[in-house]
Design a protein around this ligand. Structure first.
Ligand code: ITT
Length: 434
């Protein structure tokens, strides 16, 4: 256990308050644990001499710490009549990082200055300035676009920074000040959401850093950076109080969720959109358990409200198979071969009743989660019919209909499907919670 109760790879709690001050074009109060930085992005209609006349813009940064951001007072730089070398180095780093996310040509001949003022310091202030500074920068750009000053978004990707280090020979993520001050290695890793590194600053003191340790630290930073990108995306989302991460890479499920979520005024973000990846082991023995395993795994990665769907087809004549194994039925590689196997196994069966089941799990926070289930009864057809939908849709005729799901339009399927029914229950629950 670490000083503040975290495990070695935990990132501290992140909070991003947008539009924090009144005048700056982009303003953010960024908190990571006890480190708090005010990031204000200002647009100026001039550029420094080295870019003048090139048609390109410029992004720069200034960094400073308030005197009582630390446990004992530090005089302001101005009272020493010069910028401290530390502040100089840090603000150049922040500026380089932010420029790594911007197409300066698309910005046109104007500058964006991102002021990062540390209100409270508990380690990782330069990283917090970059992660929060990016959100302030994006808000300033959004304003320029809303005003029609910019036609194209010059932001090409997200950029964020995270510290990793070695303390007492253990590799830790997101060091607080106490850890940082006794670290054998302290490393700041700056990455973009497309997976590239912008800068890596690492220093070993007392003992050398091995190559193996360096690799482990970079892997850890890369993995945990996903949390920061997710937090930035949520902060920048217009509908952030009603935004959920959908814990699936199945694009058909995403489409069905999106359609039905929109109807309820909720918005969805996919793992791809957040640049995160997670392959949890679905080893539960019910749809509900597997849905919760998926939702928890993605929630732990992104720490934003997360929904997951575990679904499948239960056929009576096959003792409920394929059931929770629907996506892996007979170890077949794709939807088409699983559908063929199902129809083959049903060839001489006279009892053809079946149901689609969908369990949706929702993890709202570390200790708040719930599941709901929706079912649709029907029968299995003799042969596949229709090209709509996915999976076993061409073989399933819902009760009261003569066509398979595969022959129905998206809207017709949504009117009766197991997923729509589960989502109906989900939206009732979520209305109470929001
Ligand atoms: P994730 O785990 O990433 O969400 P998955 O496709 O592996 O995606 P499941 O483990 O929940 O999802 O398995 C669901 C399988 O059940 C899916 O691949 C289909 O074969 C079938 N299925 C579920 N809902 C369906 C629907 O609405 N129509 C047709 N087949 C469906």
């Amino acid at each position: 256990m670490r000083i503040d109760g975290r495990t070695n790879d935990d990132v501290r709690e992140i909070e991003i308050k947008t539009n924090y001050t009144l005048y700056a074009e982009g303003s953010v109060l960024y908190r990571q644990g006890n480190t708090v930085v005010l990031c204000n992005a200002s647009v100026e209609d001039r550029v420094p001499p080295h870019v003048l006349g090139t048609g390109k813009g410029w992004v720069t940064a200034e960094y400073s710490m308030l005197p009582r951001a630390t446990s004992t007072r530090n005089p302001r730089d101005i009272s020493r009549l010069k910028l401290s070398p530390r502040s100089t180095e840090i603000q150049r780093l922040i500026a380089r990082a932010l420029r790594g996310a911007v197409d300066l040509e698309k910005l046109g001949e104007r500058s964006i200055v991102v002021d990062c003022d540390v209100i409270q310091a508990d380690g990782g202030t330069r990283c917090a300035s970059i992660t929060g500074g990016f959100v302030a920068l994006a808000l300033a750009v959004r304003k320029l676009m809303a005003e029609g000053v910019l036609k194209e978004n010059p932001i090409t990707k997200q950029v964020a920074a995270l510290s990793v280090g070695i303390v007492d020979d253990a590799i830790l993520c997101d060091l607080c000040y106490k850890e940082d001050s006794s670290a054998q290695t302290d490393m700041n890793v700056i990455m973009t959401s497309t997976g590239g590194f912008v800068e890596i600053q690492g220093t070993a003191e007392g003992r050398e850093l091995t190559r193996k340790e360096t690799e482990i630290m970079l892997d850890l930073a890369e993995r945990k950076m996903q949390r920061l990108f997710a937090a930035q995306s949520v902060a920048l989302s217009e509908n952030k109080n009603k935004m959920f991460l959908i814990a699936t890479n199945n694009s058909h499920k995403v489409d069905e969720f999106k359609r039905i979520f929109e109807k309820h005024g909720l918005s969805l973000v996919t793992p791809n959109e957040l640049g995160i990846n997670c392959q949890p082991d679905e080893n539960g023995d019910s749809f509900e358990q597997n849905a919760l395993i998926k939702a928890k795994a993605f929630y732990d990665t992104a720490k934003i409200p997360t929904v997951a769907d575990d679904s499948g087809l239960c056929v009576d004549a096959l003792d409920g198979a394929p059931g929770i194994y629907s996506a892996r039925y007979g170890d077949m590689p794709d939807d088409k071969s699983r559908l063929e196997l199902l129809l083959e196994n049903m060839r001489d069966k006279t009892v053809r009743t079946a149901r689609f089941v969908c369990a949706i799990a929702c993890v709202m926070s570390d200790d708040d989660s719930f599941t709901v289930t929706g079912t649709v009864n029907g029968t299995i057809s003799d042969k596949p019919a229709g090209n709509e939908g996915f999976g076993y849709d061409p073989a399933f005729i819902p009760q009261g209909y003569t066509q398979t799901f595969g022959q129905m339009s998206a809207a017709e399927k949504d009117a009766v499907s197991h997923r729509a029914r589960a989502l109906e229950k989900f939206s009732e629950k979520i209305k109470e919670k929001l």
